[in-house]
Design a protein around this ligand. Structure first.
Ligand code: FES
Ligand SMILES: [Fe+2]
Length: 450
């Protein structure tokens, strides 16, 4: 932290100024201080099965083109032409060996190299093509997912994850515990969400107590078991602890169950279809065999700092919240089904995901209303100086608890808590107040934010 710079959020008291969701200055500084110095999820390798496959995505504020080039390597490149900045690729996804800019027709290979310049002779040999390719991001591949950053000083991806790596590895393991177990349901769902990007991320980081806002869908019973509730685990009578697991140093967090018994029996997930039920039964015991004691861990979902969230436990989906304005985000959503599962399983999960999530899903429509309402609350003039409340279970969370393999840098508590949210904001606060070396970093205007 800069000497003399007070924290923006007061996590010791559990108080967060509402202006961090509405201030234009805060929004702009987040670009420099948070997004320019983080790894961000941009997509999944199953979107690029063949050489030449590509799709477009967002790396924070930056539009990117993601390709599998003709050598098989994955590239993430700024989707702006280096000549005058026009967007080079206008398609959502496809297969191409060349991308030609529609303005002056510079063209680029699938590895981003500049390979075609009309009227090249007019540059009289002064244009060094090797210096004018698409701008490349650093790329990390993790369990099938693709991550990128334009920040040269950002630590290697595994260091960026730190102890939280096991939560993300667990998420990307298939229902049977095998690494890299998922494939995309083709297409990326996108919609506008009129709220600050942090509201949905902090929700994914640890908000297990807004369940009453989903009461109608919980009563309806949309779970795959068809028996009870809206989650896969609702019908399982086995005993577990409900945990809020966070990593305040890195800002990553997840909501999890920790079952008492690593040998717990399978409970029917999809009794209506024996093929689907058999798949999940086999996967359940295979996961126990593969993971041993760690199969007690049941990841419900979480957040990877800054703006990636995931839904787990039968609702495998990844979301990025793209900041567009203090009170406006763009949501990009990828859905996944187990790569090696029979088609009947893939169909059953796809139908469940459609019922559950997305702008027409029964659970997510509740949350869209929740977050939109929270944003409206930031505009109250009467309450402008009143902070929001994050006081649940202050100082209760313990490191490496209740199992040591959560890691020494973890903080975890049980039940109804704001621990995950506070861990997310702890990292955010550090990013927003520590010295920044980048030349374009501005000194934070604390008066406006705090
Ligand atoms: S802007 Fe792309 S070729 Fe000119
Ligand atoms: Fe919710």
């Amino acid at each position: 932290m800069n000497p003399g710079t007070p924290p923006i959020v007061d996590l010791a008291k559990g108080l967060i100024p509402r202006t961090i969701y509405s201030s234009q200055d805060c929004f702009e500084q987040e670009r420099d201080r948070v997004f320019s110095r983080s790894w961000m999820y941009v997509g999944h390798e199953s979107q690029l099965p063949q050489k030449g496959d590509f799709f477009v995505s967002q790396c924070g504020h930056e539009p990117v083109l993601v390709t599998r080039d003709m050598t098989g390597a994955v590239n993430v490149m700024l989707n702006h032409c280096p000549h005058r900045g026009v967007k080079v690729c206008r398609y959502d996804h496809g297969n191409a060996q060349r991308f030609t800019c529609p303005y002056h027709f510079w063209s680029f290979g699938s590895d981003g190299k500049l390979v075609g310049i009309p009227k090249e002779e007019c540059y009289e040999g002064k244009l060094d093509a090797s210096q004018w390719g698409l701008m490349k991001a650093r790329v990390a591949l993790f369990g099938g997912s693709i991550w990128a950053t334009f920040g040269a000083d950002v630590p290697a991806f595994e260091d960026y994850l730190g102890d939280a790596a096991f939560t993300l590895r667990d998420f990307w393991a298939g229902p049977d515990g095998e690494d890299d177990g998922w494939e995309i349901v083709e297409g990326v769902q996108k919609w506008d969400l009129p709220c600050n990007w942090k509201f949905p991320v902090e929700n994914a980081a640890g908000d297990l107590y807004h369940d009453p806002s989903h009461a109608s869908v919980q009563r309806l019973g949309i779970a795959m078991s068809g028996k009870k509730g809206r989650h896969a685990w609702d019908a399982d009578p086995a005993k577990f602890r409900t945990l809020n697991l966070g990593y305040p140093g890195s800002g990553h967090a997840c909501r999890a169950s920790l079952y008492d018994d690593e040998k717990r029996a399978y409970v029917s997930m999809w009794g209506q279809d024996p093929v689907v039920d058999e798949y999940f039964r086999d996967a359940h015991y295979e996961r126990q065999r593969r993971l041993g004691e760690r199969s007690r861990f049941y990841n419900r979902g979480g957040a990877i700092f800054p703006n990636m969230t995931y839904l787990a436990a039968g609702r495998t989906a990844v979301t990025i919240f793209v900041p567009r304005a203090p009170g406006m985000s763009e949501v990009w959503r990828w859905y996944f089904v187990p790569r090696k599962a029979p088609q009947a399983v893939k169909d059953a999960l796809r139908h469940y995901l459609l019922r559950y999530a997305g702008p027409a899903g029964m659970t997510e429509t509740d949350d869209i209303e929740n977050w939109t309402g929270a944003q409206l609350g930031t505009a109250s003039h009467a309450a402008a100086s009143n902070p929001f409340n994050f006081m649940l279970q202050l100082d209760k969370a313990k490191p490496a608890w209740p199992v040591p393999w959560f890691g020494e840098t973890s903080l975890c508590d049980e039940g109804i808590s704001d621990n995950g949210q506070r861990c997310f904001y702890a990292r955010w606060n550090t990013a927003m107040t520590e010295p920044v070396r980048a030349a374009n970093a501005r000194v934070i205007a604390l008066k406006e934010i705090a």
